[in-house]
Design a protein around this ligand. Structure first.
Ligand code: HEM
Length: 459
């Protein structure tokens, strides 16, 4: 598979583990542990053998920059994210040629533009207000459970559309749940392995197709136009004038749903847990900001008002710095690929290597962030925000040409939730801040350990 290094350039060092199984075991024991142990020994660039594959890690902002700035012809996503095909469906995203994919990513971008987001925010606010109005005057809740539920409701309203949210909600939610549970770590290497989780995934995908076929057909026939992501995919046209089939519209929707669901519920949960756990230090600024904004704009929330909440923005961003839910981002080297470390060492990553960079590990480097293990939202305040020093310092949303397209959507959603919560409740931790659970595909706080106590109040 791999070409040798270019003349005069070295391949990255290969970590010293038993051949075949060693790298696999080190990898399964947890990529975080592997990076913690390998980085002091090998530096910013090293290779881990896993079966017949080679994974080359790029650690820290200097070498990650090469990852994010690479063209698709140099480092591509298709090969490493192709395991999503049975979940998303045929004919979309990682199951199409490069040109078609580029057009489909334009459809994603169009569906998440700020004029669309302005419409979605109203729906986010309504869902969140209804949801929290059902909380009592005081009580204990598991934040992860509650916020996941709310984000599923919001996503089904803004992405899947009114028909699903109003009449087909529980049926579709159960099917999406089976799709979700059909993605296990084994699926990354063997997406078609004959296991129960995959069988359920495939059945769920088929049933979703039947439901959405009817919904989409009805919209096409009636000419109805709704303010949701579904509508943008129904209306989307390729450059040659052709459009997505009903099944491809669903595939695109599933892709957006999967990109935004756990990532947002996890980040909103960490934001709450970390702000509450550090409440003496962090809450005064957050509460003052809400009070000031209410004084000026009343109780309403919309896109522009949410955009003014800088303190809340930093609180979310800092939660994402400490606990990015996508702990590793992957590509495949399509050509021998050169990188240079912060100490000027040059390596050529051979063609065929999987290339990995890790937001979770990079965000805790103390040469990038001061007190990296402390929750300090103020580090992002002007005039010297700590993430501005280098291009790839803050990579919770990735960066460069494949940076997250849902970043503003995610901030709007999480800020809506916490703005409403801060205005209406005060909080206390029940236990300690949980550890991240690295066994998940999307890494969040350990389930069942996210309890907080709330009391209703008027800010
Ligand atoms: C890509 C993180 C929410 C849509 C990405 C990437 C990251 C990321 C790290 C880059 C992946 C890579 O380079 O391989 C997050 C986080 C979120 C979030 C942490 C929440 C806190 C959302 C939401 C949506 C979304 C809500 C849509 C509504 C996308 C899309 C891409 C993407 C379409 C693909 C961009 C491309 O490959 O060109 N996201 N995301 N994300 N995200 Fe998000």
């Amino acid at each position: 598979l791999s070409h040798g290094p270019l003349k005069g350039r070295k391949s990255p060092p290969v970590i010293d583990v038993a051949p075949v199984w060693g790298g696999m075991l080190a990898f399964l024991a947890g990529p975080m542990k592997l990076m913690r142990e390998a980085t002091p020994k090998y530096g910013e660039v090293f290779t881990v053998p896993v079966f017949h594959k080679r994974i080359t890690f790029l650690i820290g902002p200097k070498v990650s920059e090469f990852f994010f700035k690479a063209k698709d012809t140099e480092m591509s996503q298709k090969e490493v994210y192709e395991f999503n095909v049975p979940t998303f469906g045929k004919g979309v995203v990682f199951d199409v040629d490069h040109t078609t994919r580029a057009e489909q990513f334009r459809f994603f971008a169009d569906s998440l533009k700020s004029n669309r987001l302005r419409m979605y925010v109203g729906m986010m606010v309504k869902e969140a207000e209804d949801f929290f109005s059902k909380w009592g005057d005081a009580g204990e809740v598991d934040l992860l459970e509650q916020l996941s539920e709310l984000i599923v409701l919001t996503a089904s309203r803004c992405l899947l559309g009114r028909e699903i949210r109003e009449t087909l909600y529980s049926e579709v939610t159960d099917l999406v749940h089976d799709l979700d549970k059909g993605m296990v770590p084994l699926s990354v290497f063997f997406p078609y392995a004959p296991i129960e989780a995959h069988r359920k995934r495939d059945a769920a995908r088929k049933n979703l197709a039947k439901i959405f076929d009817k919904v989409i057909q009805a919209r096409r026939e009636s000419g109805a136009s709704e303010p949701d992501v579904l509508q943008t995919f129904i209306d989307a046209r390729y450059k040659d004038g052709s459009r997505l089939t009903n099944d491809q519209v669903l595939g695109m929707l599933i892709a957006v749903l999967f990109a935004g669901q756990h990532t947002s519920s996890i980040t909103s949960t960490w934001t709450g847990l970390l702000a509450i756990a550090n409440k003496e230090r962090v809450m005064p600024a957050l509460e003052k900001e809400q009070k000031d904004i209410m004084k000026k704009h009343g109780k309403d929330l919309d896109f522009d008002i949410l955009a003014k909440m800088d303190e809340l923005h930093f609180a979310v961003k800092e939660a994402l710095r400490m606990h990015p839910p996508l702990i590793m981002l992957l590509r495949m080297a399509q050509v021998p690929f050169e990188v240079e470390t912060s100490t000027g060492k040059k390596y050529t990553v051979p063609k065929g290597h999987i290339v990995a960079t890790s937001p979770a590990f990079s965000h805790r480097l103390d040469n990038v962030y001061s007190d990296p293990n402390e929750y300090k939202p103020e580090r992002f305040r002007e005039p010297n925000p700590e993430d501005k020093a280098q291009f790839a310092s803050f990579i919770g949303f990735g960066g460069g040409r494949h940076g997250c397209m849902g970043e503003t959507f995610a901030y709007m959603q999480i800020k809506t939730i916490w703005s409403i919560l801060l205005r209406n409740f005060e909080f206390e931790m029940v236990g300690k801040v949980p550890e991240p659970d690295y066994t998940g595909m999307v890494v969040g706080p350990t389930a069942g350990q996210c309890k907080i106590r709330y009391k209703r109040r008027v800010l």
